[in-house]
Design a protein around this ligand. Structure first.
Ligand code: GAR
Length: 207
């Protein structure tokens, strides 16, 4: 069986970067064997870039602002092809990847989403959960396909919704689960424990 350990990872971000930080921490503590070779942000001056810089991880800004979708997506694809990563992690990346990128990296792109998919895809998932009145929500790590948060699910973690939760309080509790789930998903992938069968994944249980 091929071993994916020490994958080259590219992380795509758009903002604060706490999920990026969780991967950086896991790399530094050797919780994961893989390493981040580049952080790419579609926005300038975001905290995620400061986190990359502080950890001595190369970063690029490929700004989406003021460009057509087509031009932006071509620039992103070109950069990803040059970097040739084994895994692309969407960590708070707030754009939809085009099929050109997805087809170029089949089953090599994962995303962290703050709900129990398929409930509450898209933006403001935590607020969607509160508005709907669910008692349990959570987070999902999944492979990225051409839909919006529709790809095969790798891992999910649940979180209870409290009576007095605000978007902020719920998001903060979820974030802790997100960080752990994202790192665990990378561990599973680098240890070849994620088997993709059509739209489902099976997690290999033996060591
Ligand atoms: C996280 O909650 C992540 O799950 C969410 O944005 C936040 C980014 O935080 N992503 C999405 O909603 C994607 N649809 P971070 O920048 O601190 O990692």
């Amino acid at each position: 069986m091929a071993n994916n350990a020490k994958m080259k990872i590219v992380v795509l971000v758009s903002g604060r970067g706490t999920n990026l930080q969780a991967i950086i921490d896991a790399q530094q503590t050797k919780t994961i064997a893989s390493r981040i070779i580049m952080v790419i942000s579609n926005k300038e001056n975001v905290a995620a870039l400061d986190r990359a810089e502080k950890a001595n991880i190369p970063f690029q800004v490929i700004t989406s602002k003021g460009k057509s979708k087509d031009v932006y997506n071509k620039e992103l694809l070109k950069s990803l092809q040059t970097l040739n990563p084994d895994l692309i992690v969407l960590a708070g990346y707030m754009k939809i990847l085009p099929s050109s990128v997805i087809n170029c990296f089949p089953n090599k792109i994962i995303n962290i989403h703050p709900s129990l998919l398929p409930s509450f895809p898209g933006l403001k998932a935590q607020q969607q959960a509160l508005d709907f009145g669910v008692k349990i929500t959570g987070c999902t790590v999944h492979f990225v396909d051409e839909g919006c948060d529709t790809g095969p699910i790798i891992l999910q973690e649940y979180e209870k919704v409290h009576n007095n939760d605000s978007q902020k309080s719920l998001s903060l509790r979820l974030l802790k689960k997100e960080h752990a789930a994202l790192v665990q998903a990378i561990q599973l992938i680098e240890n070849n424990k994620v088997i993709l069968q059509d739209r489902k994944t099976l997690l290999r249980e033996e060591p």
